[in-house]
Design a protein around this ligand. Structure first.
Ligand code: CMP
Length: 138
C-alpha cells in the first residue's frame, strides 16, 4: 500500500538501453510498479504535459527532447511516494545529484536528466491520468 507518484524514463535513457537499470533502482528503492507503458510523445503532447513550464527559457528544448524518441511512463507506489521518489532520483542538475541516485548514474545534463518525478500529489494524479486510463491504474 502507500500512495503514488508518476515517473517517465526519458528518451535518451531509453535510447541508451537503461530501462532495465532504472527500473531495478526503482524496485530496489521500495517502489511497486502500478502501471507501465512504453510510448512516444508528439512535440505537441510533450508541450501539454510540461505546460507548467511554458514560460521557461528551456521549454522549446524540453518539448523537443521529450518527443525525440520513446519514453517509459510509470505509476509507482510506496509510502510517501512523491518525496521519497524525488530523493531516489536526485537533483535536476546531475552535477548536484547525490551519489547513488538515479540521476547521478544515468543523467547527462539538466535537460537530459534520465527520469521525471512528480513534484506533488496533485501533479502525480494529473500526470498519471495523462498517460493511463482508470482501468490501467491498479
Ligand atoms: P523534469 O523533472 O522532467 O521536469 C521539468 C524538466 O525540465 C526537467 O526535468 C528537465 O528535463 C528540464 N529542465 C529543467 N531545468 C532545465 C534547464 N535549466 N535547462 C534545460 N532543461 C531543464
Amino acid at each position: 500500500a502507500g500512495n503514488r507518484t508518476f515517473s517517465m524514463i526519458k528518451p535518451h535513457a531509453v535510447a541508451d538501453n537503461h530501462i532495465g537499470g532504472i527500473l531495478k533502482l526503482m524496485e530496489e528503492g521500495g517502489f511497486r510498479i502500478v502501471a507501465m507503458k512504453k510510448t512516444q510523445l508528439s512535440a505537441q503532447q510533450a508541450g501539454k504535459f510540461y505546460e507548467v513550464h511554458s514560460e521557461r527559457p528551456f521549454y522549446g528544448e524540453l518539448c523537443e527532447m521529450m518527443s525525440a524518441g520513446p519514453i517509459v511512463a510509470l505509476i509507482l507506489e510506496k509510502e510517501n511516494a512523491v518525496a521519497d521518489f524525488r530523493k531516489l532520483i536526485g537533483a535536476t542538475d546531475p552535477a548536484e545529484a547525490e551519489p547513488g541516485t538515479i540521476r547521478s548514474i544515468y543523467a547527462k545534463s539538466k535537460g537530459e536528466n534520465a527520469v521525471h518525478g512528480s513534484d506533488s500529489d496533485e501533479n502525480a494524479a494529473i500526470e498519471s491520468a495523462f498517460f493511463f486510463s482508470g482501468f490501467e491504474r491498479y
